[in-house]
Design a protein around this ligand. Structure first.
Ligand SMILES: [Zn+2]
Length: 457
């Protein structure tokens, strides 16, 4: 047994001093004056004790075609995530071969992850075309413990409105959650074509090829589609715009509790002025970074409860290699950026330390909500009976974030040089200390596939 002593525990409802007793991978009790006989004592004096973070939007080892894959495989990626205070990920799987069954990609991903992952994990199903077989196979994935699915309104495998409606109807029958990448494809194509005609294809034009209106229109449309299938559960991934958030907030104020909102750390920190410098390739991601007003609107949405989750959309490509495909044209640049290891410290610094959100809200959007919304059982909160996935954080130790100190495979960090308030001191996965003072300690990739269950409202 272990006791984490003298720390300040942070939950979504309160911040309080207490000790935490760990037994057999679980939190056994929270309180004071536990019998210390035979226990390992971990002193957390002066530190905050958080549930480990959950990142429900990563793309490890993502095959994006043309021989390019995101450069963190599940082994390196999960190690990096752990060092960033993350003990659970739900990865968005890549598209499979055209026309493949829905069960195709989970098989591929089990191969890629089994005995190769250091933290606990699951996958979102990927719906890339729709027919009766696919709709029937959604049940097969539920039986496998995959109770959420992703669909796209843009890119090569985008779904039409009628396809989205049939997926929503099926999702309602099954009680699963549909996550959606919202960008209006026709509008993106138009904006892109206009730039191409003017020969504006250098990386610095990337953001202009996917204006905020594309996201806002797609979000608005999705809300309308979901109203036709009342009661279907939706989740908007990586929301980046004030316009999109305003539409979703209005809907939530109208008592629609079946629509969830995620943003990602990069949309809370950087604005589109970064595209003006030579490093535009670093920030080439979709949706792109927006304006300062969008950043502040997203923070307000988090504070006020209209943004439920902060994830990362972690999808790393080396600046010196894969990203260089886009050096003369953003059209050729693999989209995505790293962030799984940086999110905890960056959001703590920008959110909590700068007074934009409370500690309780931090825990809600980083740990508790992502676990709850996606049916990850016994994770994301400090509750007796839950897995002892814990981060001990010293809020007073300032440090400069350096890419060289991170553990992922990618050759840059968006946050290199950031002044960070606080430091992750220790991370426990199911009671086992796997990180201490930025040193990764786990020797075996003992991460478990999490059989998720449908979460009723
Ligand atoms: Zn993504």
């Amino acid at each position: 047994m272990k006791i984490i002593k003298n720390g300040t525990l942070v939950t979504s409802s309160r911040v309080f001093e207490a000790d935490l007793l760990i037994e057999n991978e679980k939190i056994k009790a929270i309180g004071k004056n536990f019998d210390e006989n035979g226990c390992e004592i971990i002193d957390a004096k002066g530190c905050l004790v958080f549930p480990a973070a959950v990142d429900v939007h990563t793309h490890f080892d993502l095959d994006v075609g043309n021989g390019v894959r995101s450069v963190d495989d599940f082994t390196v990626g999960s190690k990096s995530a752990a060092c960033g205070g993350v003990c659970t990920i739900v990865d968005h799987m890549a598209f499979g071969p055209k026309g493949c069954d829905l069960t195709h990609q989970p098989k591929v991903y089990h191969e890629m992850t089994k005995n190769k992952t250091y933290i606990d994990y699951s996958f979102h199903g990927t719906i890339q075309h729709v027919n009766d077989d696919i709709l029937a196979q959604m049940q097969d994935l539920v039986n496998m413990g995959i109770v959420s699915f992703k669909l796209y309104t843009t890119y090569g495998f985008k779904l039409s409105e009628s396809e989205i409606l049939s997926v929503l109807k099926r999702a309602r029958e099954l009680g699963v959650t549909i996550t959606v990448h919202c960008e209006d494809d026709d509008m993106v194509s138009f904006a892109k074509d206009e730039l191409i005609k003017q020969d504006k294809i250098l990386p610095k034009y990337h953001a202009q090829s996917r204006p905020d209106l594309c996201e806002e229109a797609s979000v608005q449309n999705l809300i309308s589609l979901s109203k036709l299938v009342e009661g279907s559960r939706l989740y908007v991934v990586h929301l980046s715009t004030k316009g999109g958030l305003d539409a979703l907030t209005k809907e939530r104020k109208n008592q629609n509790q079946n629509i969830y909102v995620e943003t990602c750390s990069q949309y809370l920190v950087f604005d589109d002025s970064v595209y003006e410098n030579d490093n535009a390739l670093k920030y080439t991601m979709s949706p792109p970074l927006r304006k300062k007003a969008d950043i502040e609107a997203l923070w307000a949405g988090i504070r006020d409860g209209f943004v439920d989750v902060i994830a990362t959309d972690h999808c790393p490509f080396n600046l010196s290699k894969e990203k260089q495909r886009g050096k003369d044209s953003f059209l050729k640049c693999p989209g995505g950026a790293p962030g799984v290891e940086e999110r905890f410290s960056v959001v703590f610094t920008e959110g909590v330390a700068k007074g934009r959100i409370s500690l309780e809200r931090f825990v809600e959007v980083m740990c508790e909500n992502p676990a709850r919304i996606f049916g990850v059982k016994n994770k994301g909160a400090l509750i007796p009976g839950y897995d002892a996935d814990i981060v001990i954080y010293d809020p007073n130790e300032k440090h400069t974030l350096k890419h060289s100190k991170l553990h992922g495979a990618v050759d840059y960090s968006l946050y290199d040089g950031f002044e960070i308030q606080g430091k992750i001191k220790k991370v426990f996965l199911r009671g086992e200390k796997i990180v201490e003072n930025n040193k990764f300690l786990a020797t075996e990739p003992n991460g478990k596939f999490l059989h998720r269950v449908i979460e009723k409202n």
